[in-house]
Design a protein around this ligand. Sequence first.
Ligand SMILES: Cc1ncc(COP(=O)(O)O)c(C=O)c1O
Length: 373
Amino acid sequence: MENILELRKEFPVTRSKTFLNHAAYSPLPQRAIDVMKKYNEDLSHFEIDESKYSLGQEFFAKLIDGNKDEVALVPNTSTGLNIVANMLDYPQDSNIVTTDLEYPSVVYPWLKRKLGVEVRYVRNVDGRILLEDVEKIVDDKTVVISVSHVEYVNGFRHDLRKLSEIAHEHGAYLVVDAIQSLGAVPVNVTRDNVDFLTASCYKWLLGPAGAGYLYVRREFVEAFDPPFVGWASVEPEVFDTIEFWDIQRLRLSKTASRFEVGSPSFISFVGAAISIQLLLSLGIENIQKRILDLTELLMDSVKDLDLRLTTPKDKDHRSGIVHFLIDDAQRRSERLRAKDIIVSARSNGLRVAPHFYNTKEEIEHLIRELKAT
Ligand SMILES: Cc1ncc(COP(=O)(O)O)c(C=O)c1O
């Protein structure tokens, strides 16, 4: 990515801050701000032409190598995970397998007593989840392996292909929370045989909150009944062929839109669609490469400062997240923030999460200030 200075003009945040917190809540690129403004203006003058605005399903599908028909709009990742957890069946004595590194929403939906399913945790070894440990804990009573593609504190990235192999050998599904990976590293549901995947857009996808997507592998779309239904769950033809909704019968959509319930936050999806298009136009491989260069520099510098990294260094498991232990993490992150350097305090350390538009100079600036605080 050669024209990085030009690209940075797309990000108003770069004018005032060193923003290294994309694992939390990211600032919008100018083109997303512009399209959302335009949408609101059109709406307020009752001049809206919905057909001019994409809600992004086709771009999300492209990003994960899925199909538009396999993508539903959801308000956020947690909702996507709950939809999946609540539509599957859990026979007596069945279990789901997850890890001890997960964000709560990856696990909580299965802890609901009503589901009556055992939740098993694969324990991390120095911040890594080893496949042999997953293999030991999964059995023929496992219904789901539920993981975050990239773990939210230390950035450990799972090998989804290997996880799906283990799941499928036992007749289980692989459910993936991709909020910490999509937009920063390539995701390919077809190659990796992922069954369900969901993500909000407000982190690495650089979109607004309120927009998320749920991918359901084609063969499962019609196999399951959605846990919630509403006008958005039915076939669009129903509107065209009869004068009114047929409220005597529920004819669920044959595409993943059957998992939608009611009106989405249109404005959020309009913004998200533009941000995802921007990422696609830059190429996710290029973005990943740039992020890896920045995190490599960061990890080397952290080591020089004698701080302990909890992020695994091997490239196969890397992502956009770097975490290291440091005393007084909260106070340090506040001090950095007072100097317009934005990172997060997490788990007795600092989590730094640069995106493609950050620069080597910004990482060096962070390191200098870390030394000084
Ligand atoms: C791994 C992971 N999953 C889910 C979430 C939250 O998702 P949402 O707000 O889209 O429900 C986060 C937010 O930090 C996260 O890191």
